[in-house]
Write a protein that binds this ligand. Structure first.
Ligand code: PLP
Length: 468
């Protein structure tokens, strides 16, 4: 597969190059040149496969010819062996035709493990072939960083620098990052918001000489492979519930639009997905867009679901490009205008097309608490503050006789304060993390300024060369 940029002014790349590149040099995001499509009988042939084999079969059209099925299957098998549930992304029924798919059985208890556990060995594979190294720089509102650090801590070819907004991640999230003290891991606590962190990372990538000197790569959801590695669980859920003979809908607690974009991609590949529901917290830019064609950037307000405290959902650009029938010139114009004016203007027909497939709702923190309690009383199901938003969105937009699957993106023990306040139940950390609050932490506090971040990256790279 070859990849094109949503803004049309970057080179067309192979899978391996897209993996290492992340953001395109024209500021766009990479999309596969064509979409692989599976026929109904091809979907049926995936029924009953183990998760790693299913994942490799769904992903291989995106990785070939650079990475073949055998290699990918091996990587997936190893990657998912550290999950604590054999189904990897199990389904639980909580009401009539309403299901929860648990994506939090990986090492850091959030759905990002599913993609990152595969991404890191793919990096190692390609970098080993090229006898090269890479520096992963990423912004996190909590979960990406810990999942990236956990996935890369054993790599000999990757150095990782993660920016998190100081004081705005949960303590569990912070500790999952800062207690990893391997020499190839650097944690930066930035005095700013998640969007500041994301803008700083974008600025580093926009400095082409710096980016090349430092061998910068990204593992946040602007990296196409993240999206590709999230498609298989939608396939697994849909097949379990009767696809391709039956339609299924999904509800996804959404921040950067990466998870739900993978659902959209599964649909584009021919999976019969009827409807997609976006759940937001009070940072509701996506809900305002779907419900009123109003995508205006507002200030980020911290909420109970910090991984969704986002105003600029980077991956929306991929959907935008598709809804524009890949008119990359128009896409570049709309995105440039959006970033300068803080307001996105899209053609009315495009918005109508989006609302035919997507619904959205936003929950305030108080409602989120109430819903956690109600769900626990009604179905004895403990949902974290992110997951419950997906469940509420799924319930709201459910249609008769079409199974609705709500994606549960974090383990309740990752956000214990909210769960205790809502239900009085203290969700225990799984055994492998029980001593998290006693481990030593290491991080650097830095101002939200480009030069300080560049210095830190430079130091990390020197350090890695020294160890190599
Ligand atoms: C990252 C994350 C989200 C948001 O996912 P996007 O792909 O950014 O939309 C939701 N919930 C949790 C727990 C997360 O870690």
């Amino acid at each position: 597969m070859r990849y094109i940029s949503t803004r049309g002014k970057a080179p067309i790349l192979s899978f391996s190059d897209v993996l290492l590149t992340g953001l395109a040099v024209d500021g766009g995001l990479y999309l596969p040149e064509t979409w692989p499509e599976f026929s109904p009988s091809e979907w049926k042939s995936l029924r009953g496969l183990s998760y790693p084999e299913l994942a490799a079969r769904v992903m291989v059209p995106f990785t070939a010819p650079d990475i073949d099925f055998e290699t990918l299957h091996k990587i997936c098998t190893k990657a998912y062996s550290c999950f604590d549930h054999p189904a990897i992304a199990p389904l639980t029924q909580i009401d009539t035709d309403l299901f929860v798919q648990e994506l939090f059985h990986g090492p850091t208890l959030a759905f990002k493990d599913i993609a990152l556990q595969v991404l890191a060995p793919l990096f190692d594979y390609v970098l080993t072939q090229r006898n090269d190294y890479a520096t992963i720089v990423g912004a996190t509102s909590g979960d990406t960083g810990s999942a990236a650090i956990e996935a890369c801590r054993k790599s000999k070819r990757l150095s990782v620098v993660i920016l998190h907004p100081k004081g705005r991640t949960s303590e569990v999230q912070r500790r999952q990052m800062t207690t990893v003290i391997e020499p190839n891991i650097t944690n930066l606590a930035v005095e700013g918001t998640f969007d500041d962190c994301q803008d700083l990372v974008k600025a580093l990538f926009a400095d082409i000489p710096f980016r090349q000197d430092m061998h910068l790569s990204a593992v946040n959801s602007i990296n196409w492979t993240r999206i590709a590695a999230q498609i298989p669980y939608y396939v697994q859920a849909a097949l379990t519930l009767g696809a391709p003979d039956r339609e299924v809908s999904f509800a996804v607690p959404t921040g950067n639009f990466g998870n739900i974009l993978a659902a959209w991609a599964a649909r584009r590949m021919g999976l019969p997905i009827q409807h997609l529901c976006i759940g937001s917290n009070r940072n509701d830019i996506l809900s305002r867009f779907i419900n009123a064609n109003d995508m205006t950037i507002q200030n980020v307000i911290p909420s109970l679901s910090p991984s969704m405290d986002i105003q600029v959902s980077s991956n929306f650009e991929r959907l935008l490009c598709e809804l524009l029938d890949r008119d990359v010139v128009a896409c570049a114009d709309i995105m440039t205008h959006f970033r300068t004016s803080g307001h996105m203007k899209v053609p009315h027909t495009l918005w109508e097309n989006a609302t035919a497939l997507f619904s959205a709702l936003a929950l305030e923190d108080e409602q989120t608490q109430t819903e956690i309690r109600d769900l626990y009383q009604r179905s004895s199901y403990l949902a974290d503050p992110h997951s419950v938003i997906g469940i509420v969105a799924g319930r709201r937009f459910q249609q008769k006789a079409i199974p609705m699957v709500a994606e549960a993106t974090a383990h309740p023990a990752k956000f214990p304060e909210a769960i205790i306040a809502a239900t009085g139940v203290h969700p225990p950390l799984p055994p492998h993390m029980a001593d998290l609050f006693h481990r030593q932490e290491r991080y650097h506090v830095v101002p939200a300024c480009e030069d300080s971040i560049k210095d830190a990256v430079h130091t990390a790279v020197q350090h890695q060369k020294h160890h190599h």
